[in-house]
Write a protein that binds this ligand. Sequence first.
Ligand SMILES: Cc1ncc(COP(=O)(O)O)c(C=O)c1O
Length: 480
Amino acid sequence: MRSHLLNDTTAEQYRRSVTEGVERVAAKLAATDRPFTGVSVDALAPRIDEIDLDQPLHDTTAVLDELEEVYLRDAVYFHHPRYLAHLNCPVVIPAVLGEAVLSAVNSSLDTWDQSAGGTLIERKLIDWTTERIGLGPAADGVFTSGGTQSNLQALLLAREEAKSDSLAKLRIFASEVSHFSVKKSAKLLGLGQDAVVCVPVDHDKRMRTVALARELERCAKDGLVPMAVVATAGTTDFGSIDPLPEIAELCEQFGTWMHVDAAYGCGLLASLKHRDRIDGIERADSVTVDYHKSFFQPVSSSAVLVRDAATLRHATYHAEYLNPRRMVQERIPNQVDKSLQTTRRFDALKLWMTLRTMGADGIGQLFDEVCELAREGWRLLAADPRFDVVVEPSLSTLVFRHIPANVTDPAEIDRANLYARKALFASGDAIVAGTKVAGRHYLKFTLLNPETQASDIAAVLDLIAGHAEQYLGESLDRAS
Ligand SMILES: Cc1ncc(COP(=O)(O)O)c(C=O)c1O
């Protein structure tokens, strides 16, 4: 069994095994002509169920053959140009190389004595990001597992900084289309059920600052404490960017922590054309960035950044076995002092390899391309009488629905769109997402693949219309 341990004596086996795996995946990627096979849960589950985990195969080739059956063949492939669903990007090769290196070396970024250079690399990337945001000389941050954890940590710091004698009095203000991790965080942080105040959005799905001001005033009048305003720079559904400068003004006026959830919009930090769309982000107290959304990084790669490094102390605990307090005086950099996690992946290496290979401009160019693609998609949708499109894209998301000719019942239109999404998924030809707007079912393209062409968008719209029409035809048959 020792032959499976990665060490000086097994370097050759490591090379062979990993190369075999890489070759399988490379062949798979080269041959994938659809984002999905359309396999059903019922078809796939028995294949996985029947595998006896207590009967190992002992042979890499056999294990990879089996993996082909249970995973690779039917996986959802984000790199395919017709994967248009959620906030998953195709990944860049330097980052995948980083992933291979980091798991083989297996540093843990909690302490200096488990990572050495890894800690310094992460710190440099945090500094690079805070500089791009413009958070100032006292800024700091830490890599996290994703936007959910980054938002949670930011709100934990905001809670600790808020001056209140009771958790029940704390209020967080976020737009009605903010990410659900804000509400989840409030619950995890022990705040009351009414802690998150949903601020309405305007026609472009941006937080209405007049409404925010009104809510902040009401909060003060009711003797409650405005703990934080969460401004979203790139909402999950619409890619809309809340008016950051106006929100910053209000936060200053009411003495409230400003958190910017830029999990999606952070790609603009590298943009060559549209950086100004997130002007005002530099006034935040904390910022969430998800490199695994718009920096083309593999999951997971995220960070929470703060204006004032001192606020990170709210996540600091010391233990003799890991990071004794004396190490702070000895100036030993232990990232665990700033993190909610203890053992932690060296995800930063992926971004490092990316920046050192492609440069930030390379990433920004790719993100600019998908933003431009979304504009083209919007023009297509706006000109097509078969579809209703909700808002012009600020980033790379389009929310729309098929409006069949001669059908006026909104519930029937809902059903036709729901059917079209399911049928498309089952066909594997393309994958789109769905959401609700004003109580009605809509479909969504999240465009993060620069390889997707306007012709792909047009073709997928035809497929959607075809499936919806088929549903309506069958529905008429059923009725008659
Ligand atoms: C705006 C926004 N914030 C936070 C998150 C959560 O990020 P993660 O899925 O990485 O936890 C998402 C995910 O889509 C998001 O769109």
